[in-house]
Ligand binder design. Structure first.
Ligand code: IPD
Ligand code: CA
Ligand code: CA
Length: 239
């Protein structure tokens, strides 16, 4: 198994094999479209209005440790906006799908976000990017703060599974920084079609290239945004 940007940023033969199969299919069916694939980078016609964002295994660390939270994530962006998405977790045999205006399903059963209205009754999920040891903006302070304010914060290790989990109502909200478009393109449309809300941390419209995302059932969105914007520094935990 190789490491990429850092010793804990892994790539397995399965990441490469999965991406190869997906690229072959897309090239066969949509040779004129653009592609943004985690392991191969930009391919195809980058001026096309259609771009496929591919994460061949989202949750590679989990996969490498045999922990069953990982997924293949494929999203179609049209003019930069996610319109079609599929997230498949083979270990749990869960297939999440959505297309703009057509709703979202898990294993063909329509799904909806949770009805939790209060942050204090919510369960959330987040993640920590591979640069976490090199930046103070590493989400540790936010994780502590939200752990105090909610019934719990999980760290699943797969952004696409996180978005799908909010979409199906198992979790109420998700935030993370340091993400790439392939991590979230599919999950965004799946969550939106399940009735969820996705913005930047400050509730302004999401900018995919910012790498920051705030995704909830809609009902706790303002409360979670406020909590993220007012997170005290980690040093305040010493007192
Ligand atoms: C990672 C996962 C993880 C998130 C990281 C991502 P990878 O993707 O989605 O949950 O916290 O920021 O890079 O490397 O397993 O494809
Ligand atoms: Ca990923
Ligand atoms: Ca990956």
């Amino acid at each position: 198994m190789e490491a990429k940007s850092r010793p804990d940023d892994l790539v397995t033969a399965a990441d490469k094999g999965s991406e190869e199969i997906i690229l072959k299919m897309l090239n066969r069916h949509f040779p004129d479209h653009g592609i943004l694939a985690e392991e191969s980078g930009k391919l195809g016609d980058q001026t096309s209005k259609y771009t496929w964002a591919i994460d061949p295994i989202d949750g590679t660390t989990n996969f490498a440790h045999n922990y069953p939270l990982f997924a293949v994530s494929i999203g179609l962006l049209i003019d930069g906006i996610p319109q079609v998405g599929v997230v498949y977790n083979p270990a749990l045999d869960q297939l999440f799908r959505a297309a703009r205006g057509l709703g979202a399903t898990c294993n063909r059963v329509p799904m909806q976000v949770s009805k939790t209205q209060e942050l204090s009754r919510s369960m959330l999920v987040t993640g920590f990017a591979y640069d976490r040891r090199e930046t103070k903006d590493n989400n540790y302070a936010e994780f502590c703060h939200l752990t105090h304010l909610t019934q719990g914060v999980r760290r699943s290790g797969s952004a696409s599974v996180d978005l799908a989990s909010v979409a199906c109502g198992s979790l109420d909200g998700y935030w993370e920084r340091g993400l790439s478009p392939w991590d979230v393109a599919a999950g965004i449309i799946i969550l939106e079609e399940a009735g969820g809300k996705i913005t930047a941390y400050d509730r302004s419209p999401l900018v995919l290239s910012s790498g920051r995302i705030l995704a909830t059932n809609g009902l706790i969105h303002d409360q979670l945004s406020e909590a993220l914007l007012t997170t005290p520094p980690l040093s305040s935990w010493d007192q």
